[in-house]
Write a protein that binds this ligand. Sequence first.
Ligand SMILES: *Cc1c(COP(=O)(O)O)cnc(C)c1O
Length: 456
Amino acid sequence: MTSDGLHCPESWETRDLQSVLHGFTHLGTLQQSGPVVMSRGEGVYVEDSHGKRYLEGNSGLWNMVVGFDHPELVGAACEQYQKLPAYHAFFGRISEPAVALSEKLLEIAPVPMDKVFFTNSGSEANDTVVKMLWMINHGLGKPHRRKILSRKNAYHGVTGITASMTGKDYINAFGLPLDGFLFADCPHYWRYANEGESELEFSVRYARNLEAQIEAEGPDTIAGFFAEPVMGAGGVIPPSEGYFEAIQPVLKKYDIPLIADEVICGFGRTGRVWGCQTYNIVPDILVASKCITAGYFPMGAIMVSQSIAEKLNEAAEQYEEFPHGYTTAGHPVGCSIALKAIDIILNKGVFDNIIAVSPYFQERLASFLSHPHIGEARGIGLMGALELVVDKGCKTPFPPEQPVAEQIANVALENGLICRPIGQAIVVAPPFIITRCQIDELFDKLQITIDKVIGS
Ligand SMILES: *Cc1c(COP(=O)(O)O)cnc(C)c1O
């Protein structure tokens, strides 16, 4: 595969190694196998600069959900580039597509929402929400109400603020989290349940823990609680049964806004348009990004409830504005692409395809449980993870010096499948347009790969 390219000084791989600083990249693997430089794409497949084809089992980074060659998305971009190729959203000025997209998002929101704010990414969107909450409380004369609650193993982004809400050890590399960023429990039943505890009991216990944590911190010091409906980059962790039903009354009791980070779940991933609908979540603020443009343009969007919008307005009056915004956010081309992407997903058969094929996807995923080293097969809709264990009974993970998930992902790549190691789990989240036949190809390749790396 790409290792041929490593020995040729003119190859894309060599040029990459000499010029690119890679984020979120295992340096051992990069050194050994080199980068994979993509050249083109077709449907659910991408092709590298040597012409090797891969089934994109992760939709890129969860987002490239309608394939790599959708003519209507390209058409929408071209059309808008010809009409008004750039504009911003400051000083009360904005482009037509940004207004139309705001209306569309409010129309399809899972609960009544009032206003939309655009960013360029999911991180920027979550970062913006925290600043909104801080400004609201400042305006209300409660400047001490600024602590942010998220959950262990959550992923909310990489800015200083959002990395502080990301419950992963690697944030320590930056001396994060910042003060006042707190982590509640991760509702992963298989991993954390007590002996003999039912899923519902587990959820109730976690809700009680949350209440105790809020009481200990002081309820009037907490500005908001962030949660992904399904934890994505944490390793596809659907909440335990009854979890959101149990925690929402606690948040309500203390008047703590709930922010649904729908960056991965939004637009169909869980089998409903929103993860909030899958799990009966009633958020005060909703954050969308990834699938909103099917990956064809950088974009994040925040929807706020009427109550949040009013409070933000009041706070803004004191300062004469909401002093926040991104130069390129609400870009007319991005908004035109998003309008088209949402139309394609919801009205042109893509969402119907998710409904049609996801039971089969989950069935094939679950069949891996018969493997002696797969401890848990979990997922919902078109996302899933296989947790690799040394011992199924004790759920013992493989030790760090035996990075089997990383090895499986590397061998899968040789076999023409892109999948992703997260901790000691393998994660798959294919494009929404995947066919039943391509689901077979995905899991057949994964089966062969796992058997090769850790035996059958
Ligand atoms: C990817 C992701 C983000 C960050 O989005 P970026 O566009 O990478 O900044 C935030 N929240 C969740 C749940 C994500 O999956």
